[in-house]
Design a binder for this molecule. Structure first.
Ligand SMILES: [Zn+2]
Ligand SMILES: [Zn+2]
Length: 185
């Protein structure tokens, strides 16, 4: 019999991320880790386009506005810079991705490898010394929590007024709407 374990790290849905929090949940074959992401003073969340790799920010909706959220189609959001669409879970910045990997290593892989090491030790002892295996895992240090600066300039869209973005100050070309990909006038 083989069992398959799925490790996934999910962000709180955009509608919920107004209240950053960390939740760890485990079931038999799925481990779900959530990490908290900081917002700037206006409530914007830093993102990175998986295509052009430029950083921008979008505005997570607060809980009481949930009904008004513009839901992107199945293709996900459009990059404000390059206009390429990508699924909603692919917009982590490098720093957010590093933190996600750190959380998985510390909370999932570390404990799992420690258990594995104990099993190996037991097998070694039971073999009367015939089998000698050493296991080693250097658990990475816990990364500092992310911080969010009040940088970038805000752009609002007539097509989707509830979905403003913040883009790099020196970006002088068109800025596209997250939801429909239309360029701001
Ligand atoms: Zn892009
Ligand atoms: Zn739009």
């Amino acid at each position: 019999m083989s069992t398959r374990t799925i490790y996934s790290l999910v962000e709180p849905p955009r509608a919920m991320s107004h209240h950053p929090r960390t939740i760890t949940g485990m079931s038999e074959d799925e481990v779900t880790l959530e990490m908290s992401l900081p917002l700037d003073s206006e409530g914007f969340l830093r993102r990175e386009c998986p295509t052009c790799e430029h950083e921008f920010k979008w505005l997570p909706s607060s809980d009481d506005e949930e009904a008004d959220i513009a839901v992107p189609d199945d293709g996900g959001y459009f990059c404000p810079y390059c206009g390429v669409q990508a699924p909603t879970d692919l917009w982590l910045t490098q720093a957010q991705a590093d933190l996600a990997q750190n959380i998985i290593q510390r909370q999932v892989l570390g404990p799992m490898l420690k258990d594995f090491g104990k099993d190996i030790d037991r097998i070694g002892r039971n073999s009367g010394g015939l089998i000698s295996v050493s296991t080693e895992f250097d658990e990475p240090n816990e990364l500092d929590p992310l911080t969010e600066a009040d940088d970038m300039r805000r752009v609002d869209f007539a097509c989707h007024p509830g979905e403003p973005v913040k883009v790099l100050d020196d970006w002088d070309r068109a800025v596209r709407c997250l939801v429909c990909g239309e360029a701001a006038p």
